[in-house]
Write a protein of this length. Structure first.
Length: 644
């Protein structure tokens, strides 16, 4: 049942009030119901069994009627509540601020939850929001009802009453004893300490996010949230922590609540039901290192989706929340227009040269399809990336991603899977690498009417679309982190003895331009930057470039390996090359692409791919033939690429 209008919701509140406060004699509503505005929503204040209660209704409820429930301090530092209201959440409040999660207060909360779900049609999975001592109630209620909780948002929460209340807040301690009907002599019967009630939440997989100040004197983080985090992780639970440097107990929340909002959104059943990820192997090596050694190196390699500001940056922030005490080094190796074949050859230079990689995200299937790479090339490219990374460091954990693109969506809508994704998945399965099929998620959500492709942002998503990507990848990490316990250890990944394709680019690397024997017409331009209107990619301008422009210009290159190619830019004047290895007949290669009219697009052309692993000689020359769409006969080479 979806709450869409004030009259309908008002009637429900009227029924609710009468059901609890009318008698055969009086038949009246105790204290009545008042309506007002709260930010962008309609606010309804009423009494629930004698306690103040509030429900704020969004202008348009999100699918599934999600809601967030505060048991204390309504409207205090409400940045997260306001942001969720705008996203279609209902905001609910029941005042049990000073009940300290007593059995009576928990039972009252049970009845309140039941009314919200059964009579108002709100989601059966509530977000519990606990500020300060509201954290005590939120954790205890959730531990008694773990299957009814989507996640917990705890802000400077009271999680250990003994180290906090008994020591620092003696008046509150006396109130707790009174509400629980206990004394100092009978305190051993007390079973409402949050840090001692985490096992049901961990078993149910309830994720937690917390925001705390590191200088909190009222509810010290070291004695509360830090203890809770340590215990929850030991139980296999997922907890993220955002620490505010120099912040005391106040102010709560964040100036920009987006990290918390994104966390909450990704835990909603309506979001999770469209997610498609495949768990293979483990991510234990990186997670254990991040948590125990508190240092880590994470790399991202791929095309424009990885290069642009978006999911990569969100994942960096999310990893820092997941491991708040870890010093991270992030290697950002996205280059627009590149797929797995370029990735295999530049992995050594752009990623592995930075040091041992603990966690590697690979993006390539979308550009493999868009750029027309053959199925054989798709396998050889992504296998080259994965196997090369593992051979350099067998403890590297890897996640493979498949982003949405125009070419993928209609195929998936027909309930088929694009070849590029299938080929990458073959490799992932061979090496036991986990993967996230974001293209399938977006296709299904488009068909479900959640947004249009334009609203999403097409192949280069808007911030909302980027957050969808991040949520799916983060949920994969959530699932895999639950496998870790106190006994878990790091161990090398098993590398299959045989490659899927014996000619995969598993030892791809660059050869310096200086190795070429330059003949007529070729020259190395140290700071290549053509003075024209055409777009250039980062990393492919203001760099040394080997170039030629006239038919007959030629060079030779000696190399050792099983494959040889060029990493070039194919611009508006891209020409036709003629190449020969070991005096074989010359082959022609047209380097002009579908994008060359407006862009010097980075491209890897493989000239020979199944050679003997011996010494070879490449001869390369500019052809007198010309693509009719090209403005000239140019060639600009940034790197020679070789697979040993």
């Amino acid at each position: 049942m979806n709450i869409k209008s004030f009259p309908y919701f008002f009637c429900l509140l009227w029924v609710l009030a009468i059901s609890f406060y009318s008698t055969p004699v009086q038949g009246k509503i105790e204290n009545g119901i008042s309506k007002s505005k709260w930010h962008e929503g309609d606010r309804y204040d009423f009494k629930f069994q004698g306690r103040d209660a509030i429900v704020v209704v969004p202008q348009k409820a999100a699918a599934g009627n999600p809601w967030i429930w505060r048991p204390a301090f309504f409207d205090a530092f409400p940045a997260v509540d306001k942001a969720l209201l705008e996203r279609g959440f209902h905001v609910a409040y029941l005042d049990v601020t000073n009940d300290y999660a007593s059995p009576w207060a928990i039972e009252l909360g049970n009845r309140f939850y039941k009314e919200m779900v059964e009579n108002y049609g709100l989601s059966s999975k509530v977000v519990m929001e606990g500020f300060s001592r509201g954290g005590l109630y939120s954790v205890i209620w959730a531990s008694r009802n773990p299957d009814d909780v989507a996640c917990l948002y705890l802000d400077a929460p009271l999680t250990d009453v003994f180290t906090c209340l008994k020591r620092l807040h003696k008046a509150a301690w006396k109130t707790l004893l009174k509400e629980w009907n206990l004394t100092e002599e009978t305190i051993d019967r007390f079973d409402g300490n949050p840090v001692d009630n985490l096992e049901p939440l961990a078993k149910a997989g309830v994720p937690i996010i917390s925001v705390c100040g590191d200088s909190d004197r009222s509810v010290p983080i070291e004695e509360n949230m830090m203890v809770m985090r340590k215990r929850y992780l030991a139980l296999g639970g997922n907890v993220e922590l955002i620490i505010k440097p120099g912040c005391d107990h106040h102010p709560h929340s964040l100036e920009d609540p987006q990290p918390v909002v994104d966390f909450i959104m990704r835990q909603q059943p309506e979001h999770k039901k469209f997610q498609h990820y495949t768990i293979r192997g483990s991510l234990n090596n990186s997670f254990i290192k991040f948590e125990r050694e508190r240092r880590g190196r994470v790399a991202f390699i791929g095309g424009s989706i990885t290069e642009m500001v978006g999911w990569k940056d969100m994942m960096e922030q999310q990893l820092q929340q997941r491991f708040p005490f870890t010093t991270f080094e992030f290697v950002e190796a996205g280059i627009s227009s590149t797929g797995s074949t370029p990735g295999a050859f530049r992995l050594d230079n752009d990623v592995l040269s930075k040091g041992k990689i603990d966690l590697l995200f690979i993006d390539g299937s979308a550009n493999d399809m868009t750029n027309g790479f053959t199925p054989e090339e798709q396998v050889r490219g992504v296998e080259g990336e994965i196997r090369h990374a593992l051979e350099v460091n067998p403890e590297t954990d890897i996640v493979l991603t498949h982003f949405a693109t125009d070419g993928f969506l209609p195929i998936i809508a027909r309930r088929q899977m694009p070849d590029a994704i299938l080929n990458h998945e073959r490799v992932a399965n061979h090496y036991r690498v986990s993967s996230v099929n974001l293209a399938q998620e977006i296709s299904e959500r488009l068909q479900d009417g959640q947004f249009t492709w334009k609203e999403f942002g097409y192949a280069h998503p808007h911030p909302y679309g980027q957050s969808v990507y991040t949520a799916a990848i983060s949920n994969l990490l959530d699932e895999m982190q639950r496998e870790i316990n106190a006994e878990s250890t790091r161990r090398p990944h098993e590398i299959p003895a045989a490659q899927l394709d014996p000619y995969s680019y598993t030892k791809g690397h660059f050869i310096p331009l200086s190795r070429a024997r330059i003949g007529r017409g070729w020259k190395i331009t140290d700071d290549w930057n053509p003075d024209n209107k055409y777009e250039k990619r980062k990393g492919f301008v203001h760099v040394p470039m080997l170039e030629a422009a006239r038919p007959g210009d030629r060079l030779t290159l000696s190399f050792k390996g099983r494959a040889i190619g060029i990493f070039c830019v194919c611009g508006p004047s891209a020409g036709i090359l003629e190449c020969s290895v070991d005096n074989a007949p010359f082959k022609k290669l047209d380097t002009y692409t579908a994008w060359s009219s407006a862009l010097y697009i980075p491209w890897v052309y493989m000239l020979e791919t199944e050679l003997e692993d011996t010494e070879h000689t490449l001869r390369l020359r500019i052809s007198s033939d010309k693509n009719p769409r090209s403005l000239g006969t140019e060639c600009q080479i940034r790197n020679f690429v070789v697979n040993k």
